[in-house]
Design a binder for this molecule. Structure first.
Ligand SMILES: Cc1cc2nc3c(=O)[nH]c(=O)nc-3n(C[C@H](O)[C@H](O)[C@H](O)COP(=O)(O)OP(=O)(O)OC[C@H]3O[C@@H](n4cnc5c(N)ncnc54)[C@H](O)[C@@H]3O)c2cc1C
Length: 575
């Protein structure tokens, strides 16, 4: 069937009178369904509006500079043979196709695969925007890696470690406590309670939003259908749009005795089975060092081995230095530029052979070895090819700034779309995907995704690092404030900290920030806001920070760059 139709602006959310900044078609053009026809710009974003039908453009009702609202006429289209208004509804509101309806056990506007921080956020946001949502998760508990075996349990244990360490350090102020008695069962239960409270809360939130939970292992069958297998059977779900949020898994090193229970990954470490006498942490990145902090405080003798020449690769060395100095005194050894070449599972322990710059002369034996050498995306485990979704060799799913994969109705978010693999990146991407599906003009274009190592001291950074600036030849000015001059840092007995800010030499706008010291993870947020708001050194320096606080060090670092600092001598060039 063919005919003439008016193409109007679909529901793009809560927007009225949006500017048309580009017309992408001309009278006489032959276009396909989904081809972009105009570009709109609101105060929040720009978005292309696709044609819902294929056909030939007969008349244009708008021009650049016009404003348009939902229902406003854009163009007149002569439909191609075989296309009709009835079977081609607006792409932003497409119902599940009849073919899918006929054969699926359940139907949804939006199916979300995986209930980690990416998945549950996407599901909840899509439901709040009026979509019928099914959230699929293989485990009984929601929350994914972050809540169950990642961010949350690790931070609960790190808090316990902080308390032990702070109590011990009070000796310098004349207050001593006895040696802490550690009830491992109670510590584990306490950590599990925190996790349960959060995962239970998610189930409630899903119920309140009428998000349907389906438990089982999901695999795509087509671009509109997914199968879920569980111990109680299989079912298929038809959908208009899908959001893949299947996360990542710990990397295993082939050739290691991976089945030996003494060789653990981060999940094994968080299970807190025992306090090993000697423990090797393979990988000096964030996760390995956080776990080392916990086990060292609980009493394990820790060795760390890292292939690179520095800990926390990617972080500026001056931020890592105070951490390394502190842990060098607490751990047995930190072996940099060194790798593990063999692990033998013996009755007496795991016998490890090293090679490299700081390798010990002979193999060492450990009660446990924690392998924390990174995480691998789960993109190859969901039968994505059946939906036509491209997955790269590493298992990542490429997406555009709208979180859309190469298949227009399938989106992907979180660890499975790329680095950095962090929960706060996943949740922000999740909202973008859900909003784009609901027709809102959203895109994922942050200026920075901050990173934090919740070690002792914490290390946090965002935006441009000094290392990147140097290697990319980016000009910058630096304001650095040593915590030794902070009254608050002195008061808590932690003067090793450093706050540094990088600024554009011309505009003086902030480019990046790095903080090392207790609570650096809490402090870095202000600098991310400054970056997103385009703040310059003067804005930060003139913002009155409460005294005495650690966040004052951000203000002081800006004053160092400005040359207005009075709490220290002026940097030489500013005198
Ligand atoms: C020890 C540790 C500490 C961490 N600490 C932090 C931190 O402090 N801050 C931070 O930002 N990040 C931290 N992370 C990283 C963070 O946990 C991840 O970035 C985050 O969980 C990614 O979220 P996601 O939604 O992409 O995937 P995930 O959390 O991995 O969730 C994916 C979900 O999908 C489910 N799934 C996968 N495949 C299927 C399938 N076929 N069928 C059904 N269900 C499926 C999984 O069961 C899982 O629940 C930490 C990670 C670890 C391991």
């Amino acid at each position: 069937m063919s005919g003439i139709v008016e193409v109007t602006l679909p529901d793009i959310g809560d927007f009225e009178q949006v500017d048309i900044i580009e017309i992408l078609v001309a009278v006489g053009d032959e276009i396909e369904a989904e081809d972009s026809i105009i570009t709109l710009e609101s105060d929040k974003a720009t978005m292309d509006i696709p044609s819902p039908y294929a056909g030939v453009v007969k008349e244009l009702h708008v021009e650049v500079g016009d404003k348009i609202s939902m229902g406003g006429k854009i163009l007149k289209l002569e439909l191609s043979q075989g296309d009709s208004v009835d079977d081609r509804p607006s792409p932003t509101k497409a119902p599940v196709s009849e073919a899918v309806k006929g054969s699926a056990d359940k139907l949804a506007d939006v199916v979300v695969l995986g209930a980690g921080p990416g998945g549950y956020t996407a599901a909840f946001r899509a439901a709040d925007l009026g979509k019928k949502v099914i959230l699929i998760e293989r485990y009984d508990d929601l929350g994914g890696v972050c809540l169950n075996v990642g961010c949350i349990p690790s931070k609960a244990l790190l808090h316990a470690a902080d308390v032990v360490n702070e109590a011990a350090e009070m000796a310098e102020m004349g207050i001593t406590f006895g040696k802490p008695k550690i009830d491992l069962d109670k510590l584990r239960t306490g950590k599990d309670k925190v996790v349960k409270r959060l995962t239970g809360g998610l189930k409630q939130l899903a119920k309140q939003r009428k998000v349907e939970l389906v438990h089982g292992i999901a695999r795509f069958e087509s671009p509109n259908r997914i199968a879920v297998k569980s111990s109680s059977g299989s079912l298929s779900i038809g959908f208009n749009d899908a959001i893949i949020a299947c996360g990542s898994s710990p990397v295993q090193i082939p050739g290691f005795p991976n089945d030996d229970p003494r060789l653990i990954d981060s999940t094994g470490a968080l299970a807190l089975a025992d306090i090993p006498k000697r423990m090797l942490v393979v990988g000096g990145g964030i996760i390995g060092l956080e776990m080392a902090t916990v086990y060292s405080t609980l009493g394990s003798a820790i060795d760390v081995v890292e292939l690179q020449d520095g800990l926390i690769p990617g972080c500026d060395p001056d931020l890592v230095r105070p951490l390394q100095k502190r842990i060098a005194k607490r751990y047995r050894q930190i072996m940099l530029g060194t790798k593990v070449i063999d692990i033998q599972a013996l009755k007496s322990g795991l016998k490890v052979t090293f090679e490299g710059k700081q390798a010990p002369d002979k193999p060492q034996t450990y009660d446990r070895v924690l392998v924390s050498v990174g995480r691998t995306p789960n993109g190859k485990k969901i039968n994505a090819e059946a939906a036509g979704v491209a997955v790269d060799d590493a298992g990542f799913i490429p997406v555009d700034e709208h979180m859309r994969t190469n298949v227009p109705n399938i989106y992907a978010i979180g660890d499975v779309v790329g680095q950095p693999m962090l929960a706060h990146k996943a949740t922000h991407e999740a909202k973008v995907a859900a909003e784009v599906i609901a027709g809102l003009p959203a895109s994922f274009d942050p200026l920075s995704v901050p990173s934090v190592a919740y070690t002792d001291p914490e290390v946090a950074w965002m935006g441009l690092t000094e290392t990147e600036a140097k290697s990319q030849g980016v000009a910058y000015e630096k304001g650095a404030f040593p915590w030794a001059a902070s009254g608050r840092a002195l008061g808590i007995g932690r003067v090793e900290g450093l706050t540094k800010l990088l600024f554009d030499p011309d505009t003086k706008r902030i480019l990046g920030a790095g903080i090392v010291g207790p609570n650096a993870g809490e402090l870095i947020g202000e600098t991310v806001l400054a970056l997103e708001m385009g703040a310059d050194a003067e804005d930060i320096g003139l913002t009155i920070h409460p005294h005495p606080t650690l966040n004052e060090t951000i203000c002081f670092a800006a004053e160092m760059a400005e040359g207005t600092i009075t709490d220290l001598l002026l940097p030489k060039k500013r005198k």
